[in-house]
Design a protein around this ligand. Structure first.
Ligand SMILES: [Zn+2]
Length: 249
C-alpha cells in the first residue's frame, strides 16, 4: 500500500486506540467502545483508499477530541473517590441514577459502588474516680503527635460496640467493658460515622499498642490542648458537663 494511503490509516488507527482508551476513562461499556472504534477504523480505511483524506482526518481529530473530553471530565471528578473497573468482573463502571443519586455501577453484573460511610468505634474510658480519661498520642497520620480517644475502623460485620472494645485493646491495651452509647457523629470532611461509647471505669493502666506513640489517663481539667478531632473534643466536653451536672444534683 503506498505511503499516501498508509498514513491516514495509521492516523485513524491511532485516534481509534485513543478513543477506545478515552471511552474506558468515561466508563462506557466495552461493547459500545468497540463498535465506535470498529466504525471509525473501517470508515477511516475506506476514506483513505478512496482518497477522501478529509474524512480520515476528521475521524482522527474526533478521536483526539474525545480523549481530551475524557481528560476534562476526569479533572472535574477530583475530590470524589472514583473507581474505573468492577471488582467482580473487570468491566468499566459507569454512572447510573439511583433515585436521584448518581452511583458508579457495573453494566455487566450487579455491582454498585455505593460509597457508604465507614463506621468508626470510639471509646471514652474513665478512671475509677471518674476524674480522668484515657487519651492516645497518635503515632500515625492523620494528625500524628496529637491526642484522641482510642478508636478505629470497624471490621466487616462488626458491631461498633465491639469495634470500640477491640480498638481499646489494640491501641491502649485495656480490656474494657462498654457502659453505654454516648454519641453518634459524622466526621467533618470525611465519609465516616463515628460511634462513641462510654466504657465502665477501669483500674487498669493503659500502655501504647498499635498506632499509639503514647497513652495515659489525663485529668479532665488538664486535657492536652492538641486534641486531634473536633468530634472527640465535643464528646469529651459533653460528657464532662454531664458529670458536673450529676455531681451538682
Ligand atoms: Zn461487574
Amino acid at each position: 500500500m503506498p505511503m499516501i494511503f498508509l498514513l491516514p490509516c495509521l492516523l485513524v488507527a491511532a485516534a481509534s486506540a485513543l478513543g477506545f482508551y478515552a471511552g474506558s476513562r468515561l466508563g462506557l461499556p466495552s461493547r459500545a467502545r468497540l463498535t465506535v472504534v470498529a466504525f471509525a477504523l473501517l470508515t477511516g480505511i475506506a476514506s483513505a483508499l478512496s482518497q477522501q483524506f478529509e474524512l480520515a482526518l476528521t475521524i482522527a481529530l474526533s478521536g483526539v477530541l474525545f480523549y481530551g473530553a475524557s481528560l476534562v471530565k476526569s479533572k472535574f471528578r477530583t475530590g470524589r473517590l472514583q473507581y474505573r473497573f468492577c471488582p467482580n468482573c473487570s468491566s468499566s463502571l459507569h454512572e447510573r441514577d439511583f433515585e436521584g443519586h448518581m452511583k458508579l455501577a457495573c453494566p455487566s453484573c450487579s455491582f454498585v459502588y455505593w460509597n457508604n460511610p465507614i463506621v468508626v468505634g470510639v471509646a471514652l474510658i474513665p478512671s475509677m474516680d471518674g476524674k480522668s480519661i484515657v487519651l492516645v498520642e497518635r503515632g500515625v497520620e492523620p494528625k500524628a503527635g496529637m491526642y484522641c480517644l482510642p478508636g478505629g475502623f470497624g471490621e466487616p460485620f462488626e458491631h461498633p460496640k465491639v469495634t470500640a472494645k477491640r480498638e481499646a485493646g489494640e491501641e491502649v491495651k485495656l480490656d474494657i467493658e462498654i457502659d453505654r452509647l454516648l454519641a453518634i457523629h459524622t466526621a467533618p470532611g470525611g465519609n465516616q460515622v463515628l460511634v462513641f461509647y462510654l466504657a465502665k471505669p477501669t483500674a487498669q493502666l493503659p500502655s501504647p499498642g498499635s498506632d499509639a506513640k503514647s497513652c495515659a489517663f489525663f485529668p479532665l481539667d488538664q486535657l492536652p490542648d492538641n486534641i486531634a478531632f473536633t468530634t472527640h473534643i465535643e464528646v469529651i466536653s459533653a460528657w464532662k458537663q454531664e458529670c458536673i451536672a450529676g455531681q451538682n444534683k
